[in-house]
Design a protein around this ligand. Sequence first.
Ligand code: DNO
Length: 369
Amino acid sequence: MKMTFRWFGEKFDTITPEQIRQISACVGVITTLYDTMPGEVWEVSAIKALKERVERAGLEISGIESVNIHDAIKAATPERDGYIENYIKTLERLGEVGIDLVCYNFMPVFDWTRSDLAKPRPDGSNVLSYDGSLIENMDFEQMLESLESKRGDFLLPGWEPERMARNKELFEIYKGVDEAKLRENLGYFLKAIMPTCEKYNIKMAIHPDDPAWSVFGLPRIVKNHEDLHALVNLAPSPCNGITLCTGSLGSNPDNDIPAIIRSLKGKIHFAHVRNVKYLGYRKFDEAAHLSEDGSLDMYEIMKAFYDIGFEGALRPDHGRMVWNEKSMPGYGLYDRAMGICYLSGLLEAIRKGRGDRRSALYSPAKEKP
Ligand code: DNO
């Protein structure tokens, strides 16, 4: 397993690659060109500049999160083939510079959803939180206003203002798109891109829906064990796989995360590990990574990853905002750094408990002077 850290790029993140380099377990960043819109072909010069910036800090780009998918592809409007061609061009350009992991999602209109971006905790930190009873009583415009008023100066991944300005039009194109249709559209997209992925050995890792149920009446197809297995079967290829996000799948207590991990041996390309605390039906707070702080058993989760021989990139996911840090909600430096150290500690204990003496740090980049 390769420990990595999400970084949004120089213009958007409060954190530098040099800071990330000092987190002892971390070998690479998961990053993106945050100011590209879904559907755009990424500029070669911008990809190279990003790579050089990361490597200058002694790190590697371990993967891209995300190359976002245009809604024309998800909803199968007449423009979809043109946008698929653009997507393929971007994949080729990433493949040319040796980037071999791409995370994406297939959620209609918007990405993840929360009712609060900074819910205070008794310890003085704050967290992202979801309360279904609040969200079910809002319409989408109210939801947008609420997030807009809470995000401060930070852009929220998946809620880019340019795209959200078109939200009415976006909702319109999904009329008549149910789960079966959305899955068919995903299959069409995957079949079209797999030859390019195979040529460059780019592993595509779909992110689960967050939360793991339908919101605002939109279809959702990556919520549970059945959905994940259906996805894998849509385009049987070693390049078609999953981002196993414990927090997104874990939003639904019916999802047994270690069992899901064990059932997907060879199909998990990327892992997001974080904890959630269940507060009731469709109600949860995000939590510190420590098992006891939330409802997920991080030891069992890391053991499942180890047992299936998962060798891909893993990153700590959303952390609390601690020590008055001001950063992108969920993506501060301090709590995620604590998270990665905790997860690395669990992993070392699991490895050594099995008599596995391999180095805990797989790090092509860090071997450089
Ligand atoms: C939220 C993230 C998601 C994720 C996308 C992947 O914090 O986990 O925005 O990056 O769904 O495309």
